[in-house]
Write a protein that binds this ligand. Sequence first.
Ligand code: 8Y7
Length: 262
Amino acid sequence: MGVLNVTPDSFSDGGRFVDVSAALDHAERMIEAGAAIIDVGGESTRPGAAPVAADEEICRVIPIIEGLVSRGARVSVDTSKPEVIRAALSVGVHLINDVRALQSPGALEASAAGSAAICLMHMQGTPVSMQKAPAYQDVVIEVTDFLKARVEACVASGIDRNRLVVDPGFGFGKTLDHNLALLRGLPKIAAAIGLPILAGLSRKSMLSELTGRPVHERLAGSLALAFAALEGGARIIRCHDVAETSDVVKVWAAVRGRGGVT
Ligand code: 8Y7
């Protein structure tokens, strides 16, 4: 899954893809480099980022989703808002990627009305507060229980279980130790939930703690984390550096005798 930010304030690609044709070109390059899914986001979850109104988010993401769908790409929308979910479904989006796991009022109903896949992510707190003092008794158990409960809420709303993917939400209300515990706990989470796992670790600040490097020097660390996530059972890797991450997936698949992964 390649990240396509269409926000003027995203921490890593901020302001670089403002017009539709530039965004589509970047997506095209990610697809050529091996991305199976393009994740289009119009609101940054970075702490301190300005909130975006639904109509503004729709203006940012819908032309790009439409363009990508018409080119035959598989497209994900990174949003929590029911209005954006409905608009994206109406232009044929394939996956709803919600860092709030459809907990915003109306998001569950909006998603249930379509047939797209859904990624339910765990976050402790809100994007503004989440890194202030993340605390858990047992992060693996708590994240697993939360994701299970959200899966059940989806099923109770009429969403078929086979539409769902879960994500522990690396960096969303987690210290370095929490992130590492979740990475080690991926097989346990996968076994407990029985759904595909998506992992987003690309360029995240845990790599600053581990390597001391600024955001654009975290490629090697990101690739190491991608390999670790695959080893733990993750089946979708959300990343910025698609060509390099795609090589990691190919090498991992060969090492583990899982040829044919695309
Ligand atoms: C994730 C994500 C971000 C993630 C899923 C960033 C939108 C921050 N991270 N969605 N989104 N999982 N499912 O560093 O880890 O890219 S935004």
